[in-house]
Design a protein around this ligand. Structure first.
Ligand code: SAH
Length: 210
């Protein structure tokens, strides 16, 4: 029942996010509201609020709730910001960004997944998300520049085009590293035309297709 899922979401926020130092009230609130269970296959809905990633089909995964919250918090988003996401997947991360009032542009390589995400997002009434099917390795030139970019599949190196499509003062968060080894979540800022890069956490994401 919807009410049970709401209880599970609140427990998820208390046990998985607050205890691990997610502090932004706006991010915690988005995680309390967006119905994650609607973004996973029916047979996994009861596991949607577990502390883990889940399979969403075609060998792809929806990230662990903590990772979604962590990446979102790092970007320090505000309503009206223009955000690019590479790797729509289930559409859950895009929904969190949209809930925060951002103008979301998201690209998914696999049309079947993108179409599923589009359906759920429109059923939930998010009208500030544009989904494109295709390879997002080179970003979305026609809509650039972006205030922030979030990548939810791991390339082996930082794609140069994404840095070019970032506004001055903007932020990128993305996992980088080889497929079967440790990847790092990197945080990149562009300030006075300089690129500053920082490693945040070891992570494991599905590979980004180049
Ligand atoms: N953000 C997603 C998780 C996505 S999993 C969510 O909230 O559910 C990573 C996704 O990136 C997969 O769906 C995969 O198909 C996609 N992907 C991988 N390489 C890509 C590329 N080059 N361009 C666009 N999407 C890509």
């Amino acid at each position: 029942m919807a009410q049970d899922f709401e209880i599970l979401r609140n427990i998820m926020v208390e046990k998985q996010l607050k205890t691990r130092d997610i502090k932004s009230e706006t991010v915690l609130n988005a995680m309390r509201i967006v119905p994650r269970h609607l973004f996973v296959p029916k047979n996994l809905q009861n596991s949607a609020y577990n502390d883990s990633p889940l399979q969403i089909g075609l060998r792809q995964t929806i990230s662990q709730p903590y990772i979604v919250a962590f990446m979102t918090e790092q970007l320090e988003l505000a309503p009206g910001m223009k955000i690019l996401e590479i790797g729509t997947g289930s559409g859950y991360q895009a929904a969190i960004l949209a809930y925060l009032g951002c103008e979301v542009y998201t690209i998914e390589l696999l049309e079947e997944l993108g179409a599923g995400a589009k359906r759920v997002l429109s059923e939930l009434g998010y009208n500030n998300i544009k989904i494109k099917y295709g390879n997002g390795y080179s970003g979305w030139q026609d809509e650039a520049p972006f205030d922030a970019i979030i990548v939810t599949a791991a390339p082996e190196k930082i794609p140069e085009k994404l840095i070019e499509q970032l506004k001055e003062g903007g932020k990128i968060i993305l996992p980088v590293g080889p497929i079967h080894s440790v990847q790092f979540l990197k945080f990149i800022t562009k300030q006075d035309k300089r690129i500053i890069e920082k490693d945040l956490l070891p992570v494991r994401f599905v590979p980004m297709v180049e």
